[in-house]
Design a protein around this ligand. Structure first.
Ligand code: ASP
Length: 353
């Protein structure tokens, strides 16, 4: 079954309404829907009948970064088997901006009927410390559906960047802090967090170049427009293998099978730069548990799909173990990660707007 389609525009996801049902005429209808067109409604979440029928129309997966980037890649990998399992189309919608917080803010106030699902990563746990006026509360405004994968990051540079090893890079950025450029996907992105850890570990403050996602950032890195960045193996592995960019290290305690030549940051001189980019699915907080359960079950089936496992391995990652594909494990992870990153970010004094 053909399941996904791409939307590059930044249209808002459907806001929360009452008993209004989702348009079946296609995604274009989503943006055009108005309260009047839906016949109004009394507000509140989907009722239990809807949970029994769920899903009876297409589902939108909201990706908080650009199409073609690492989060988008993971989304498309799982969307196809989930769609098959749920028996409905899944539309992928990219809502970029402010390091992923624009999309999360929109899904937080979307209708809680299970037809608008957010995929997000570690940024869900760093945003509260990074954005003083964050318009949502990760632990209160969403129901976690389950974890998906924990993706290693790589430290990578344009092919002709002078440093050859991570050790060289450390020395080079110390010497040339005024001129080196560091790409990322905005404050709240995993690339920004990893870059921040590098700056802290090396003791430099570099010129950051923010993009709407590391998809376009990587294009510029390959094109030589920026010097280096941190990004997930799901985006960088094939470019490192093809020698279109230079890879210095992976940010995990263990080496990554798909990138056997790269040392870990601990081995190569930056032991404090350790970060895994965990991803999960979320729905608005009032979504009925029976609906969440169906999404969780479909996610679990998708993560056992051999094609998903193989493709993730090629991209340097793997599905999380089955016991982590639950709302409970996902909630614990989110709580634990907020506690971990909040003091680190507060100490660094970084804020978004
Ligand atoms: N995950 C982001 C993306 O898909 C990048 C990031 O978080 O750094 O572009």
């Amino acid at each position: 079954m053909e399941t996904t389609s791409i939307h590059h525009d930044n249209r808002r996801v459907r806001p929360r309404r009452g008993a209004c049902r989702r348009a079946v005429a296609g995604v274009a209808g989503l943006a055009a829907l108005s309260l009047a067109a839906c016949g109004g409604g009394s507000g509140g979440s989907a009722d239990s009948d809807e949970a029994v029928d769920y899903p009876d129309q297409e589902i939108t997966f909201v990706v908080p970064f650009s199409a073609g980037g690492p989060t988008d890649t993971v989304t498309r990998l799982i969307a196809e088997p989930m769609s098959k399992e749920l028996g409905q189309q899944i539309v992928v919608q990219n809502v970029e901006g402010a390091g992923g917080t624009v999309a999360a803010g929109q899904v937080a106030t979307a209708e809680s009927d299970g037809y608008t699902v957010l995929i997000h990563h570690i940024g869900m746990s760093t945003a509260p410390a990074l954005y003083p006026d964050l318009p949502y509360k990760p632990l209160e405004d969403f129901k976690p559906v389950g974890l998906i994968t924990d993706v290693p990051m790589t430290i990578v540079a344009r092919k002709d960047f002078e440093p050859e090893t991570l050790e060289d890079l450390i020395a080079y950025v110390k010497e040339n802090a005024d001129s080196v450029t560091l790409a990322n996907a905005g404050i709240g992105a995993a690339s920004q967090l990893c870059g921040l850890l590098i700056e802290q570990a090396v003791g430099v403050d570099l010129t950051e170049v923010p993009y709407d996602g590391t998809g376009p950032a990587l294009t510029d890195l390959v094109g030589g427009q920026v010097d280096f960045m941190c990004d997930q193996t799901t985006n960088t592995a094939s470019q490192i293998q093809a020698e279109k960019i230079k890879g210095y290290a992976v940010t995990t305690p263990e080496p990554v099978e798909a990138l056997p030549d790269l040392p870990t940051t601990a081995e190569a001189g930056l032991p404090d730069v350790e970060v895994g980019v965990w991803h999960g699915l979320y729905v608005p907080a009032d979504t009925p548990d029976a609906v969440v359960e169906k999404l969780t079950e479909a996610l679990a089936v998708a993560l056992e799909d051999q094609n998903v496992i193989d493709k993730m391995a090629d991209l340097g990652t793997a599905p999380v173990p089955p016991e982590d594909v639950t709302p409970e494990a996902h909630t614990s992870k989110l709580e634990e990660q907020i506690d971990l990153w909040t003091p680190i970010i507060e100490d660094a004094g970084v804020t978004g707007t």
